[in-house]
Design a protein around this ligand. Sequence first.
Ligand SMILES: NC(=O)c1ccc[n+]([C@@H]2O[C@H](COP(=O)([O-])OP(=O)(O)OC[C@H]3O[C@@H](n4cnc5c(N)ncnc54)[C@H](OP(=O)(O)O)[C@@H]3O)[C@@H](O)[C@H]2O)c1
Length: 256
Amino acid sequence: MTKVAVITGASSGLGQEFFHQLKDRENIEEFWVIARRKERLEALAEETDKPVVVLPLDLTCAEDILKLKVKLAETKPQIFLLVNAAGMGRLGNISETSLEDTDRMIQLNCQALADVTQLCLPYMEKGSQILEIASIAAFQPIPHLGIYAAAKSFVESYAKCLHHELLFSGIHVTCVCPYWIRDTEFIPIARQETRKYFRHPFLSSQKKSVVRLSLWASRCNLWVVTPGIICSLQRILAKFVPSCLTTPFLEGISRI
Ligand SMILES: NC(=O)c1ccc[n+]([C@@H]2O[C@H](COP(=O)([O-])OP(=O)(O)OC[C@H]3O[C@@H](n4cnc5c(N)ncnc54)[C@H](OP(=O)(O)O)[C@@H]3O)[C@@H](O)[C@H]2O)c1
């Protein structure tokens, strides 16, 4: 049976980079790429001779989740790899964030990720890999990025639990927690027109190294990977320093 890689958020940033780093892998024979921008997904299909199934879906929309469910049930693919990279954030105080953005952050980062994972699981077997993209924001509350950070805490907790539950099935589950990545669309979308917070994401990472380290961690079945120095330090810091102290510290950092 054809071995399939399913990548959400494949039209840009990390998702697109996962596609680029995986497209020549012999053990992947077909790609399913998911995002809203169809033309970007179709452009990926031009880059490889392998079949690429373009699924232009809005993962915050229940009807589109249902379309994925139906497609899986009809095709019954053997899913070798799932990357849940679709995600978004908005900078700003919780009280200033529109309800629409709040809902979108929770629906896309949490609900859609859990739905896609659960829908794909019946088509996975020993040796399959799941990468859930969270963030350094998962480790503690972050002022002016509050809803996003809370959503990414959900992802971390969810992925760790799934890793534990699937340990003896041979399915790898890795939660990826990067620091700011400069060469994706995430930061401009998070900022919109506001330049009030996190104006200088110092020492930000690049998508190539984040994806390379994430794929390595998935092969090793690490339950969490922090692909970079800052996120690795922050992970340790958040374990030992209570969030009543890290929160004002991050408030200070956000104003620089
Ligand atoms: N960049 C960073 O600084 C950073 C740091 C830590 C963690 N992360 C996480 O990394 C992941 C990837 O982000 P990125 O940096 O690659 O950002 P990005 O370049 O903005 O990519 C986000 C992807 O999500 C897709 N998407 C957005 N809304 C969607 C929807 N409603 N339905 C389906 N797909 C949707 C976008 O495609 P369409 O617009 O075509 O739908 C795009 O492909 C996210 O989970 C993000 O939270 C990013």
